[in-house]
Design a protein. Structure first.
Length: 316
């Protein structure tokens, strides 16, 4: 690929279903970007009027059936709808924080060895202590670069990546076979692992910022980690090149404990319950093939995933 980042075609790919108030905030943030990006919204049958907001904001809306949505396959489909050489991936609840957020995210791609860049996620203003810590731990103020095999010392952290706000070189995605076509969640970790093993660098750009965090309930926390376990089990051969998630989990728990002792000690018991639910959910997810479908549907935020066979799922 030739030319500077500024000369490349850049497109934002945004899967959406019922974005609600986020739609207006995203459109306003897109308009503040320098330059204003091309935005391709992949809509899974929204019914809340948010598509009218995106269309009025100059975004191109591409409809798909809700039953056909998949975190990997939908992004592969979206790539066929534009000719950009740099693809910025976002989710409908992430809000660009500064007018140069996208420019800062794409800047590291000027280095031809860099295949993926992901940005910093700042907690939403109403976030409570546990939610805020998750963002401070996973998205620190210092940027970093990962290459293989030196990144092996980081264990599972080496493949950390987030499609909430990331930029990928099309060339990289094409070389590694695109997004996984069957993925409950964790498609961003799958491509990060494949890209590292293929010789590409991954950059964390702390100066490229969005506002995004989740105040998960206890049930949702369990579901999230069940889904993560499903992903790690499904792509076990790929992730076997990296250390187990255990040491990273211990580091997170200790960091969270220190953070809560300083800022919200009364929430430590809740954090302990969440940790137990995460462990149970994750290990159940790793062995989901032995669970009945009716149970798996209750353990996930995306029950439609388990309504599809692993062989006949295709995007239009």
């Amino acid at each position: 690929m030739s030319g500077s980042v500024q000369e490349q075609k850049i497109a934002v790919i945004l899967p959406v279903r019922n974005a609600g108030e986020f739609a207006r905030r995203q459109v306003e943030a897109f308009r503040r970007q320098i330059p204003i990006p091309r935005v391709f919204v992949i809509d899974s049958e929204s019914t809340d009027g948010s598509m009218d907001v995106y269309k009025a904001g100059g975004c191109q809306v591409i409809p798909i059936l809700h039953k056909d949505f998949d975190h990997g396959a939908t992004r592969n489909f979206a790539m066929t709808q534009c000719d950009a050489s740099i693809l910025v991936f976002m989710t409908h609840d992430s809000i660009l924080h500064r007018p140069d957020s996208i420019a800062q995210l794409c800047a590291p791609l000027a280095d031809q060895t860099v295949g993926i860049v992901y940005g910093r996620q700042l907690p939403r203003p109403q976030a409570k202590a546990i939610e805020r810590h998750a963002r401070h731990f996973n998205y620190p103020a210092v940027s970093s670069v990962r290459t293989w095999p030196s990144a092996k010392s980081l264990g599972i952290r080496a493949v950390f990546n987030s499609n909430t706000f990331s930029a990928c070189r099309r060339e990289t995605l094409e070389q590694i076979g695109g997004w996984p076509n069957r993925c409950l969640i964790g498609e961003d970790q799958v491509v990060a692992a494949r890209a590292l093993l293929a010789g590409w660098s991954i950059v964390y750009a702390s100066n490229a910022t969005v506002t995004h965090s989740h105040g998960y309930s206890l049930v949702q926390e369990f579901q999230r980690y069940f889904e993560m376990g499903v992903c790690h089990g499904q792509y076990g051969d790929l992730f076997s090149a990296f250390m187990s998630a255990g040491s990273e989990g211990r580091r997170y728990v200790l960091s969270e404990l220190r953070y809560l002792l300083r800022s919200a000690p009364y929430r430590i018991p809740e954090a302990g319950v969440r940790t137990i639910l995460k462990l149970i959910g994750y290990h159940l997810g790793l062995h989901e093939r032995s669970l009945p479908v009716s149970i798996k549907r209750k353990f996930t935020m995306y029950p439609l995933y388990f309504d599809k066979t692993r062989v006949d799922f295709k995007m239009p």
